[in-house]
Design a protein around this ligand. Structure first.
Ligand code: APR
Length: 240
């Protein structure tokens, strides 16, 4: 799988993983656009936007409550664990579009959540925010200030947290290897991260069972699932 680039990855120092829903698929969390995609049953624009939240907060919260239940029951898979283990051998940072916290659960310590976290909740008006691991009995849940609470995630049309995005761009621009795992690379600005890496002459590797819009820009594409490919990739890196 990785023989062709074995020597090229020999002396990489800074490795960035850009991950998407596909890396959590083998933990039982459906992707958005893949064949088992979440969006197949729902219209994303009716559930993951600020307008949808104010138009029908109950529906949006029903969807997020269901997803929260799924996430709380999910465990990191071999792909998450391989990335976490790699921290013993190289400088690793994970730039994830996922909101499920599985990279952190697997032991990764350098994780930027580009689209926020479904475990974190914030008030839609005041500055209250907290990690809440229990289910809400009544929805939409209310803040002590009386306004609706919402998942601390980035909805379509909302900007990414500026401090997080700035750090992500800097890391992508400084790495010498970027591994893009389980993402269709259709959502911006996350899908610009490989461009920043390429501008720094980083090696680009894509791990995805399906082709993506940027597959032809990659130095190596591994048509495999992440739970199968990542442990193999890590063992090649460890040999160097
Ligand atoms: N291993 C690796 N990749 C996989 C696996 C797997 N087991 N299963 C599916 N995939 C791939 C699919 O082929 C697809 O290319 O994962 C990708 C998932 O793509 P999307 O469903 O579009 O998810 P993602 O790229 O993370 O979406 C980006 O869009 O909906 C918004 O905010 C949401 O963060 C999300 C963003």
């Amino acid at each position: 799988m990785f023989e062709t680039i074995k020597d090229q990855i020999g002396d990489v120092k800074k490795i960035i993983f850009v991950t998407g829903a596909g890396i959590s698929q083998e933990s039982g969390i459906p992707t958005f656009r893949g064949k088992d995609g979440l969006w197949r049953n729902y219209d994303a624009m009716k559930l993951a936007t600020i307008d949808a939240f104010y138009e029908n907060p109950k529906l949006v919260w029903e969807w997020y409550n269901e997803r929260r239940k799924n996430v709380f029951a999910a465990h990191p898979n071999q792909g998450h664990k391989a990335i976490a283990e790699l921290e013993k051998y190289a400088k690793v940072m994970v730039l994830t579009q996922n909101i499920d916290g599985l990279h952190q659960k697997a032991g990764s310590t350098e994780v930027l959540e580009l689209h926020g976290s479904i475990i974190k909740i914030k008030c839609s008006v005041c500055d209250f925010r907290d990690e809440i691991l229990t289910e809400f009995s009544e929805i939409p849940p209310l803040c002590n200030c009386g306004n609706m609470l919402r998942p601390d995630v980035v909805w379509f049309g909302e900007p990414l947290p500026q401090n997080v995005w700035q750090k992500a761009i800097v890391s992508a621009s400084e790495c010498d290897l970027m591994v893009i795992v389980g993402t269709s690379l259709v959502v911006s600005p996350a899908n610009t991260l490989p461009i920043y890496a390429k501008q720094n002459n980083a090696l680009l590797i894509e791990i995805n069972p399906e082709r993506t819009e940027m597959s032809s820009d990659m130095d190596l594409t591994i048509r495999s699932t992440s739970a199968l490919a990542l442990p193999k990739f890590i063992s090649v890196l460890k040999e160097n």
